[in-house]
Design a protein around this ligand. Structure first.
Ligand code: NAP
Length: 256
């Protein structure tokens, strides 16, 4: 018996990184999984790699989470092909880092569009089904950057916005059997942090080593660390938890 037997989980931005790690965990625990990502071929390729259990399925859906028509079509396709929707993980994300005086309006709009508007559009499309069936789990991916991070005014604002959005959905949707929570990762070894290393003109391994050294638990995080927290919050064991943000960061946000 898996915690997600008979459930359908939709994870955005899951063709790689944290999203793929999370999709893998949902599949291992019995869910049918829809990987939603910008590139349909990449989404389908990732879905084909998931360790789905007997009786469950995995599909890849190409969609842009910051576009309402694309989101509505994606959610309807998931419901039609997988027979419903029970869990939504808003994970899709991008960075457009720069100091404020160099940050362009496009850098701002793009980051807000994917993280904040994307989470809003996906939650809105999914809640229709969740309310009808009086059951649903939403897990939004925030970040320790919500607490402030040099060069990330756009990303930080979006990730703290996610936390306010999560609290509000907790209040609004709780009466309908829907739990909404957030996970705020610290440094997780993915292509996103590899790209940061490249921007800083640092070797990826050296960048990870320095981040591990500075962390209270002396290591960097991996997608599996985030997947464990997300699946807990999406499980029925967490049904009395809503509106919360859990920091999964090895304690780095505690300060020194
Ligand atoms: P990643 O490896 O860059 O993966 C992000 C995925 O999201 C990519 O597959 C990307 O597709 C997809 N995506 C981007 N824009 C999209 C859109 N408009 N619609 C649908 N999909 C879209 O990132 P990650 O490191 O796994 O991060 C996942 C989430 O965790 C993000 O929300 C990120 O902000 C958050 N986070 C990450 C860290 C970390 O240390 N890695 C820390 C804190 C929070 P393309 O490849 O086609 O662009």
């Amino acid at each position: 018996m898996g915690r997600f037997d008979g459930r359908v989980a939709v994870i955005t931005g899951a063709a790689r990184g944290i999203g793929f790690g999370t999709a893998t965990r949902f599949a291992e625990e019995g869910a049918s999984v829809a990987i939603v990502d910008l590139d349909e071929a990449a989404a389908a390729e990732a879905a084909a790699k998931l360790p789905v259990v007997e009786g469950a399925r995995a599909i890849g859906v190409g969609a842009n989470v910051s576009d309402s028509a694309s989101v509505d079509a994606a959610v309807e396709r998931v419901v039609a092909e997988l027979g419903g929707i029970h869990v939504l993980v808003n994970n899709a994300g991008i960075t457009r880092d720069n100091l404020l005086f160099k940050m362009t309006e496009d850098d701002w709009d793009l980051v807000m569009g994917v993280h904040l508007k994307g989470a809003f559009l996906m939650a809105k499309a999914a809640q229709k089904h969740f309310v009808e069936q009086k059951y649903g789990k939403i897990v939004n991916i925030s970040s320790i950057s919500a607490l402030g991070n040099r060069g990330q005014a756009n990303y930080s604002a979006a990730k703290m916005g996610i936390q306010g959005f999560t609290r509000t959905l907790g209040i609004e949707l709780g009466p309908f059997g829907i739990n909404t929570n957030a996970v705020a990762p610290g440094f997780i070894a993915t292509e996103m942090t590899d790209a940061t290393a490249a921007r800083l003109k640092m070797d990826v391994e050296e960048f990870r080593r320095l981040n591990a050294e500075a962390n209270p638990v002396r290591r960097v995080g991996f997608p599996e660390d985030i997947a464990a927290a997300v699946t807990f919050l999406a499980s029925d064991e967490a049904s009395y938890i809503t509106g919360q943000t859990i920091y999964v960061d090895g304690g780095i946000s505690l300060g020194t």
